[in-house]
Ligand binder design. Structure first.
Ligand code: NAD
Ligand code: AHE
Ligand code: ZN
Length: 369
């Protein structure tokens, strides 16, 4: 079938809106009409050419919501008309990782997903007879896409697509990192580096669990107001403080953070996030994605003296299990998504969404088909 998609033909070039061909679902696969998709910093990162797994031409986008249009042979858990959120971290419930109960990083289709193809090793998308790659197993910058059954969370039908699409990445990543990865307890002091689409969700997660101080760190002063509305109690702009950020935060928190979260993707701020943690127990969670070839460093003494460095993908959430619950939290008014969606655009204007993020003018732009 013909579909409308924003195609990334080359790294560093704007997306091009084209009519692309999409094959129907093979066994175990599902055809989904995407109704809305957010633009995450990771899409921008991959388009920049910094992602070692970034391959082109591809259809980017991994923060979507839509409706099942057709199911392939053998699909049992989904039916035509179901509302779904695509999962770049699937949940097969059978692989070593899923059954370990120690991680959300399902490995059943990771190898092919990382290469931009479906589990059978081929792409369903093509343009002028040549294959176009999938992205993070989702490709939500197309009004129709095909996904494996295990990479779709079934969600309630009364939830608005143009808001819950954000649960497909940013909301779950931020809130999940607090709840599932770190297990932040009431009364903890939390420091969040980067107050964009992910960091603000870390803030609302920290507030939800009853954190004490919630310190936000960002070089963009315009982030302060919204962050305070979401629960930030103290703002640190590294460009405005005298001396070093780590010392400043350690003093502000009376000894260091119980938990810190890096939501930027910068290896220098990752080090600061670790080193501003409390001696003996502070835990730092890396969420930000850093470019090809970059490495983190610190003095081992930081770990010897009890700080813990860990990372989080998709907030540690198990997609098919947890995403429907997070949609319920939104529908029950427990979390705020609406105020983080600063721009809504038609597909034709998707490059504006990338520009707004690049310029620090948006939190989330959502494309509505
Ligand atoms: P964003 O662009 O909306 O936000 C980034 C924020 O960082 C901005 O407010 C910016 O002003 C701030 N910033 C930039 N440089 C800074 C610095 N040196 N010091 C302090 N603040 C700085 O991006 P986002 O969508 O929130 O994504 C954030 C990061 O998280 C990206 O690296 C993205 O790829 C990654 N990410 C990871 C996961 C995961 O599962 N691990 C999921 C989604 C996004
Ligand atoms: N492809 C990159 C890594 C990118 C990355 O870390 N992706 C995150 C999700 S970012 C969502 O906005 C993730 O879940 N990673 C786990 C995984 O298995 O991909 C690289 O460096 O190769
Ligand atoms: Zn994302």
């Amino acid at each position: 079938m013909d579909v409308r998609a924003a195609v990334a033909f080359e790294a560093g070039k704007p997306l091009e809106i084209e009519t692309v061909q999409l094959e129907g679902p093979k066994p175990g696969e599902v055809l989904v009409e995407i109704k809305a998709t957010g633009i995450c910093h990771t899409d921008l990162f991959t388009l920049s050419g910094e992602d070692p797994e970034g391959a082109f031409p591809a259809i980017l986008g991994h923060e979507g919501a839509g409706v099942v249009v057709e199911v392939g042979a053998g699909v049992k858990s989904l039916a035509v008309g179901d509302h779904v959120i695509p999962l770049y971290t699937p949940e097969c419930r059978e692989c070593k990782s899923c059954t370990s109960r120690k991680t959300n990083l399902c490995t059943s289709i990771r190898a092919t997903q990382g290469k931009g193809v479906m589990p059978d090793g081929t792409s369903r998308f093509s343009y002028k007879g040549k294959p176009v790659l999938h992205y993070m197993g989702c490709s939500t910058f197309s009004n129709y896409t095909v996904l494996p059954e295990i990479a779709l969370a079934k969600v309630r039908k009364d939830a608005p697509f143009d808001k819950i699409c954000y649960i497909g990445c940013g909301v779950t990543t931020g809130i999940g990192a607090v709840i599932f990865t770190a297990g932040v307890e009431p009364g903890a002091n939390v420091v969040v580096f980067g107050l964009g689409g992910i960091g603000l969700n870390v803030i609302q997660g920290a507030k939800m669990v009853g954190a004490n101080m919630i310190v936000g760190v960002d070089i963009n002063p315009s982030r302060e107001g919204l962050a305070r509305e979401f629960g930030m109690t103290h703002f640190v702009n590294p460009k405005e403080i005298k001396g070093d950020v780590v010392g400043h935060i350690v003093e502000l928190t009376g000894g260091g953070a119980d938990y810190s979260f890096e939501c930027i993707g910068n290896v220098n701020t990752m080090r600061q996030a670790l080193e501003c943690c409390h001696r003996g127990w502070g835990e730092s969670v890396i969420i930000g994605v850093a470019g090809a070839g970059q490495e983190i460093s610190t003095r081992p003494f930081q770990l010897v003296t009890g700080r813990v460095w860990k990372g989080s993908a998709f907030g540690g959430a198990r997609g098919r299990t947890d995403v429907p619950k997070i949609v319920d939290w939104y529908m029950d008014g427990k979390i705020n998504i609406d105020d983080l969606i600063t721009h809504t655009l038609p597909l034709e204007d998707i490059n504006k969404g990338f520009d707004l993020m690049h310029e620090g003018k948006s939190i989330r732009s959502v494309v509505v088909y």
